[in-house]
Design a protein around this ligand. Structure first.
Ligand SMILES: *[C@@H]1O[C@H](CO)[C@@H](O)[C@H](O)[C@H]1NC(C)=O
Ligand SMILES: *[C@@H]1O[C@H](CO)[C@@H](O)[C@H](O)[C@H]1NC(C)=O
Ligand SMILES: *[C@@H]1O[C@H](CO)[C@@H](O)[C@H](O)[C@H]1NC(C)=O
Ligand SMILES: *[C@@H]1O[C@H](CO)[C@@H](O)[C@H](O)[C@H]1NC(C)=O
Ligand SMILES: *[C@@H]1O[C@H](CO)[C@@H](O)[C@H](O)[C@H]1NC(C)=O
Ligand SMILES: *[C@@H]1O[C@H](CO)[C@@H](O)[C@H](O)[C@H]1NC(C)=O
Ligand SMILES: *[C@@H]1O[C@H](CO)[C@@H](O)[C@H](O)[C@H]1NC(C)=O
Length: 276
């Protein structure tokens, strides 16, 4: 009974503090330009403001892009072009989607045709034609592995996609128990795996951990920072139990009760105030 209530209270406390985390920052990964330009120019533009031209590895990403298109009256360059080995995304991955509307053998660059009714909207075109472009924002890891936990430390690792390996970026790791703390880790050039260790944690505590990819560009015109963050992957990890556990649990219990009492008091206060 007690551990169960503990668990619920703990979740409540986390919800109270982390509510803004769960709802905020959910932004699209795709950015559409207004200005038409040739494919190579479009790629340069996307690389200096985002990550690259849009790269669609999965059906889910293709559908997400279709539902984000701002107009059904334009063509948008994608990060897909013809190489000697065949149709390839700009991160070096082969094309696996089969959503061709049509392709000719002369056009070597691919656009997404928003005006086509069908779901198949890929069209090969001449690379020097001028079209609007879809840029790709950063992509958070798809899965994170909890490699090790002890009393006060958690080791995490995740794979870095071919796309994210092409750009210099950071990870925002936000770790929450009843308060949240954000740590930043920079991607090391050339590696395909990120491994981090978070220390100074409390024993026998369940932590909710959010990991998201962040890209920072400096806008040379205005010298303002341009920060793009993908929505996070969320998971939990529990630190190991120690002899001090009992003490920590009881202080946590008191804290949670206080939190609940204070919010009830708040509601009571509001209700009471409303009456008069
Ligand atoms: C880190 O990411 C969280 C969401 O996971 C967000 O709420 C927070 O604002 C980010 N922190 C910074 C400093 O960007
Ligand atoms: C579509 O674009 C063309 C020119 O690009 C324009 O003449 C036409 O009015 C547009 N149609 C709609 C419905 O926006
Ligand atoms: C990373 O990739 C390897 C090989 O593809 C896989 O075995 C492993 O489970 C992946 N790790 C994570 C955390 O996704
Ligand atoms: C990262 O590596 C690429 C090539 O692998 C290189 O062009 C680039 O300058 C490197 N960046 C940094 C910051 O070392
Ligand atoms: C956890 O990470 C720390 C710091 O990188 C390292 O010293 C330690 O060996 C790691 N523990 C395990 C079990 O991998
Ligand atoms: C852990 O906490 C101690 C004392 O609060 C501090 O001196 C130390 O630098 C911290 N270590 C890390 C890795 O944050
Ligand atoms: C933890 O408790 C065990 C017995 O329950 C005891 O033998 C051990 O010394 C304690 N460790 C510490 C660090 O207090």
């Amino acid at each position: 009974m007690f551990p169960n209530e503990m668990h619920i209270l703990q979740q409540l406390a986390v919800l109270v503090v982390c509510r803004s985390l769960a709802t905020g920052q959910i932004s699209s990964r795709y950015f559409f330009t207004q200005e038409p330009m040739p494919w190579v120019k479009g790629r340069e533009y996307c690389q200096s403001h985002f990550v690259d031209l849009a790269v669609l590895s999965t059906e889910e990403e293709y559908s997400a892009l279709l539902s984000a298109i701002p107009t059904n009256n334009a063509s948008f360059w994608l990060g897909l072009h013809k190489q000697s080995s065949g149709w390839e995304w700009t991160d070096g991955e082969q094309l696996r989607l089969t959503h061709w509307y049509n392709y000719n053998h002369e056009g070597h660059c691919v656009s997404l045709e928003a005006m086509f009714e069908e779901k198949d909207k890929l069209l090969a075109r001449y690379c020097n034609e001028q079209h609007r472009v879809v840029c790709q924002g950063p992509v958070s890891p798809q899965s994170v592995s909890v490699d090790f936990v002890n009393i006060d430390q958690v080791n995490l690792s995740w794979n870095i996609s071919a796309l994210m390996q092409t750009t210099s970026h950071y990870y925002n790791v936000t770790i929450c128990s009843f308060i949240c703390e954000t740590l930043f880790y920079s991607y090391t050039n050339g590696s395909s795996l990120m491994s981090i260790s978070i220390s100074n944690l409390s024993a026998a505590t369940e932590y909710f951990i959010y990991v998201s990819a962040v890209v920072i560009h400096l806008d040379h015109g205005t010298s303002r920072k341009w920060i793009l963050q993908d929505s996070p992957i969320m998971f939990n990890a529990k630190t190991a139990t120690s002899n001090k556990t009992q003490k920590k649990i009881s202080s946590f219990w008191i804290y949670s009760v206080w939190l609940l009492v204070s919010s009830f008091w708040c509601i009571y206060h509001i209700v009471k105030k409303g009456k008069f």
